[in-house]
Design a protein around this ligand. Structure first.
Ligand SMILES: Cc1cc2nc3c(=O)[nH]c(=O)nc-3n(C[C@H](O)[C@H](O)[C@H](O)COP(=O)(O)O)c2cc1C
Length: 207
Protein backbone atom coordinates (compact mmCIF):
# COMPACT_ATOMS: atom_id res chain seq x y z
CA UNK A 1 0.00 0.00 0.00
CA UNK A 2 1.29 3.43 -0.96
CA UNK A 3 -0.08 6.35 1.01
CA UNK A 4 -0.10 9.84 -0.46
CA UNK A 5 -0.71 12.81 1.82
CA UNK A 6 -1.85 15.88 -0.14
CA UNK A 7 -1.62 19.10 1.86
CA UNK A 8 -3.47 22.09 0.38
CA UNK A 9 -2.51 25.39 1.96
CA UNK A 10 -4.26 27.99 -0.23
CA UNK A 11 -7.00 30.22 1.17
CA UNK A 12 -9.10 28.99 -1.75
CA UNK A 13 -8.96 25.29 -0.85
CA UNK A 14 -9.70 22.90 -3.70
CA UNK A 15 -10.26 25.75 -6.20
CA UNK A 16 -6.75 27.16 -5.88
CA UNK A 17 -4.10 26.87 -8.59
CA UNK A 18 -1.68 25.20 -6.18
CA UNK A 19 -4.31 22.66 -5.04
CA UNK A 20 -5.19 22.01 -8.68
CA UNK A 21 -1.58 21.25 -9.57
CA UNK A 22 -1.18 19.07 -6.47
CA UNK A 23 -4.39 17.20 -7.33
CA UNK A 24 -3.33 16.78 -10.96
CA UNK A 25 -0.04 15.27 -9.82
CA UNK A 26 -1.75 12.89 -7.39
CA UNK A 27 -4.02 11.75 -10.21
CA UNK A 28 -1.08 11.44 -12.59
CA UNK A 29 0.80 9.13 -10.25
CA UNK A 30 -2.11 6.75 -10.31
CA UNK A 31 -4.63 7.77 -7.70
CA UNK A 32 -7.95 9.56 -7.78
CA UNK A 33 -7.32 12.68 -5.73
CA UNK A 34 -10.72 14.20 -5.10
CA UNK A 35 -12.35 14.21 -1.69
CA UNK A 36 -14.84 11.38 -1.39
CA UNK A 37 -13.54 9.64 -4.51
CA UNK A 38 -12.07 6.16 -4.24
CA UNK A 39 -8.36 5.54 -4.69
CA UNK A 40 -7.05 2.98 -7.11
CA UNK A 41 -6.25 -0.35 -5.40
CA UNK A 42 -3.03 -0.20 -3.44
CA UNK A 43 -2.98 3.60 -3.19
CA UNK A 44 -4.53 5.61 -0.42
CA UNK A 45 -4.88 9.38 -0.74
CA UNK A 46 -5.33 11.49 2.36
CA UNK A 47 -6.16 15.15 1.80
CA UNK A 48 -5.42 17.73 4.46
CA UNK A 49 -6.97 21.04 3.49
CA UNK A 50 -5.58 23.71 5.78
CA UNK A 51 -8.12 26.32 4.61
CA UNK A 52 -11.10 24.13 5.42
CA UNK A 53 -9.63 22.86 8.68
CA UNK A 54 -7.00 25.35 9.87
CA UNK A 55 -4.49 24.30 12.49
CA UNK A 56 -4.56 26.81 15.37
CA UNK A 57 -1.75 29.26 15.90
CA UNK A 58 0.94 27.84 18.21
CA UNK A 59 0.48 29.54 21.59
CA UNK A 60 2.71 29.23 24.66
CA UNK A 61 0.05 27.02 26.25
CA UNK A 62 -0.03 24.67 23.27
CA UNK A 63 3.77 24.55 22.98
CA UNK A 64 4.11 23.85 26.72
CA UNK A 65 1.67 20.95 26.30
CA UNK A 66 4.17 19.14 24.03
CA UNK A 67 6.80 19.09 26.83
CA UNK A 68 4.40 18.26 29.65
CA UNK A 69 4.29 14.57 30.66
CA UNK A 70 1.05 12.90 29.46
CA UNK A 71 -0.33 12.36 32.95
CA UNK A 72 0.13 16.00 33.93
CA UNK A 73 -1.58 17.69 30.99
CA UNK A 74 -4.68 19.84 31.46
CA UNK A 75 -7.71 18.94 29.29
CA UNK A 76 -6.81 21.84 26.92
CA UNK A 77 -3.22 20.58 26.72
CA UNK A 78 -4.43 17.02 26.05
CA UNK A 79 -6.50 18.33 23.16
CA UNK A 80 -3.57 20.30 21.73
CA UNK A 81 -1.30 17.25 21.87
CA UNK A 82 -4.00 15.04 20.36
CA UNK A 83 -4.31 17.44 17.41
CA UNK A 84 -0.56 17.48 16.91
CA UNK A 85 -0.37 13.66 17.26
CA UNK A 86 -3.06 13.24 14.59
CA UNK A 87 -1.18 15.46 12.11
CA UNK A 88 2.10 13.66 12.84
CA UNK A 89 0.49 10.22 12.46
CA UNK A 90 -0.74 11.27 9.01
CA UNK A 91 2.78 12.32 8.04
CA UNK A 92 4.34 9.17 9.48
CA UNK A 93 1.90 7.00 7.51
CA UNK A 94 2.59 8.81 4.20
CA UNK A 95 5.10 7.50 1.68
CA UNK A 96 4.62 10.53 -0.59
CA UNK A 97 3.79 14.05 0.55
CA UNK A 98 2.35 16.48 -1.99
CA UNK A 99 2.08 20.14 -0.96
CA UNK A 100 0.11 22.86 -2.73
CA UNK A 101 2.03 26.01 -1.83
CA UNK A 102 0.93 29.50 -2.86
CA UNK A 103 3.23 32.40 -2.00
CA UNK A 104 1.63 34.85 0.43
CA UNK A 105 3.54 38.01 1.27
CA UNK A 106 6.85 36.41 0.27
CA UNK A 107 6.40 33.46 2.56
CA UNK A 108 4.24 30.41 3.17
CA UNK A 109 0.53 30.73 4.07
CA UNK A 110 0.20 31.21 7.82
CA UNK A 111 -1.94 28.05 7.93
CA UNK A 112 1.02 26.03 6.65
CA UNK A 113 3.32 27.69 9.19
CA UNK A 114 0.88 26.74 11.97
CA UNK A 115 0.82 23.18 10.58
CA UNK A 116 4.64 23.04 10.55
CA UNK A 117 4.67 24.36 14.14
CA UNK A 118 2.45 21.44 15.18
CA UNK A 119 4.40 18.68 13.42
CA UNK A 120 7.89 19.76 14.56
CA UNK A 121 7.98 17.85 17.85
CA UNK A 122 11.23 17.09 19.68
CA UNK A 123 11.60 13.37 20.24
CA UNK A 124 8.83 12.58 17.74
CA UNK A 125 9.69 14.09 14.33
CA UNK A 126 13.23 15.27 15.15
CA UNK A 127 15.76 14.87 17.91
CA UNK A 128 18.99 16.54 18.93
CA UNK A 129 22.13 14.41 18.98
CA UNK A 130 25.79 15.22 19.75
CA UNK A 131 26.25 15.56 15.97
CA UNK A 132 23.34 17.97 15.57
CA UNK A 133 19.62 17.65 14.85
CA UNK A 134 18.31 14.47 13.26
CA UNK A 135 15.01 14.29 11.36
CA UNK A 136 12.96 11.22 12.24
CA UNK A 137 10.58 11.05 9.25
CA UNK A 138 12.75 9.00 6.93
CA UNK A 139 12.27 7.33 3.56
CA UNK A 140 9.65 9.77 2.27
CA UNK A 141 9.46 11.74 -0.93
CA UNK A 142 7.86 15.19 -1.16
CA UNK A 143 6.58 17.18 -4.14
CA UNK A 144 5.83 20.87 -3.72
CA UNK A 145 3.64 22.76 -6.21
CA UNK A 146 4.54 26.42 -5.72
CA UNK A 147 2.32 29.10 -7.27
CA UNK A 148 3.20 32.76 -7.31
CA UNK A 149 1.82 35.99 -8.75
CA UNK A 150 5.37 37.19 -9.52
CA UNK A 151 8.66 35.52 -10.40
CA UNK A 152 11.25 34.55 -7.78
CA UNK A 153 12.53 31.00 -8.39
CA UNK A 154 16.32 30.83 -8.45
CA UNK A 155 16.76 34.37 -7.06
CA UNK A 156 17.60 35.52 -3.50
CA UNK A 157 14.01 36.82 -3.22
CA UNK A 158 12.75 33.24 -3.14
CA UNK A 159 13.03 32.69 0.60
CA UNK A 160 9.95 30.47 0.54
CA UNK A 161 11.65 27.57 -1.30
CA UNK A 162 14.69 27.63 1.01
CA UNK A 163 12.45 27.73 4.07
CA UNK A 164 10.23 24.81 3.01
CA UNK A 165 13.28 22.75 2.01
CA UNK A 166 14.96 23.53 5.32
CA UNK A 167 11.88 22.65 7.35
CA UNK A 168 11.16 19.37 5.56
CA UNK A 169 14.84 18.40 5.79
CA UNK A 170 14.84 19.16 9.52
CA UNK A 171 12.12 16.58 10.15
CA UNK A 172 13.90 14.07 7.88
CA UNK A 173 12.23 14.63 4.48
CA UNK A 174 15.23 15.34 2.28
CA UNK A 175 14.01 14.11 -1.08
CA UNK A 176 11.97 17.13 -2.20
CA UNK A 177 10.98 18.15 -5.74
CA UNK A 178 9.65 21.65 -6.45
CA UNK A 179 7.41 22.50 -9.40
CA UNK A 180 6.83 26.23 -9.93
CA UNK A 181 4.02 28.07 -11.64
CA UNK A 182 5.15 31.68 -11.53
CA UNK A 183 4.02 34.96 -13.02
CA UNK A 184 0.36 34.05 -12.50
CA UNK A 185 -0.52 37.73 -11.93
CA UNK A 186 1.44 38.99 -14.94
CA UNK A 187 -1.30 38.66 -17.53
CA UNK A 188 -3.20 35.82 -19.17
CA UNK A 189 -0.41 34.88 -21.56
CA UNK A 190 2.24 34.41 -18.85
CA UNK A 191 -0.26 32.73 -16.53
CA UNK A 192 -1.39 30.21 -19.14
CA UNK A 193 2.21 29.47 -20.18
CA UNK A 194 3.27 28.94 -16.55
CA UNK A 195 0.37 26.60 -15.84
CA UNK A 196 1.02 24.66 -19.07
CA UNK A 197 4.71 24.30 -18.11
CA UNK A 198 3.74 23.06 -14.66
CA UNK A 199 1.35 20.51 -16.19
CA UNK A 200 4.12 19.31 -18.53
CA UNK A 201 6.43 18.95 -15.54
CA UNK A 202 3.76 16.92 -13.76
CA UNK A 203 3.55 14.54 -16.72
CA UNK A 204 7.34 14.15 -16.72
CA UNK A 205 7.49 13.52 -12.98
CA UNK A 206 4.68 11.00 -13.11
CA UNK A 207 6.10 9.11 -16.13
C1 LIG B 1 -2.77 37.17 0.66
C2 LIG B 1 -1.99 37.01 -0.60
C3 LIG B 1 -0.66 37.38 -0.64
C4 LIG B 1 0.09 37.21 -1.80
N1 LIG B 1 1.43 37.52 -1.80
C5 LIG B 1 2.17 37.28 -2.90
C6 LIG B 1 3.58 37.52 -2.91
O1 LIG B 1 4.19 37.90 -1.93
N2 LIG B 1 4.26 37.28 -4.05
C7 LIG B 1 3.65 36.81 -5.18
O2 LIG B 1 4.31 36.60 -6.18
N3 LIG B 1 2.34 36.56 -5.19
C8 LIG B 1 1.58 36.78 -4.09
N4 LIG B 1 0.24 36.52 -4.10
C9 LIG B 1 -0.35 35.93 -5.31
C10 LIG B 1 -0.42 34.41 -5.19
O3 LIG B 1 0.80 33.82 -4.85
C11 LIG B 1 -0.89 33.83 -6.50
O4 LIG B 1 -2.17 34.37 -6.80
C12 LIG B 1 -0.96 32.33 -6.47
O5 LIG B 1 -1.36 31.88 -7.73
C13 LIG B 1 -2.00 31.87 -5.49
O6 LIG B 1 -2.09 30.49 -5.57
P1 LIG B 1 -3.42 29.74 -5.15
O7 LIG B 1 -4.39 29.91 -6.30
O8 LIG B 1 -2.93 28.37 -4.99
O9 LIG B 1 -3.94 30.34 -3.88
C14 LIG B 1 -0.53 36.70 -2.96
C15 LIG B 1 -1.90 36.35 -2.92
C16 LIG B 1 -2.61 36.49 -1.76
C17 LIG B 1 -4.07 36.07 -1.73
Amino acid sequence: MTTILQINSSLYGEDAQSSRLAREFVQAIGAVGGPGLPSVPGVEVVIRDLAREPVPHLTAERFKAFATPAGERTPAQQQAVAESDRLIAELQAADVIVIGLPMYNFGVPSTLKAYFDHVARAGVTFRYTAEGPEGLLKGKKAYVFATRGGRYAGTPSDMQTAYVKQFLGFIGIRDVEFVFAEGLALGAEQRDAAVADAFARIEDLAA
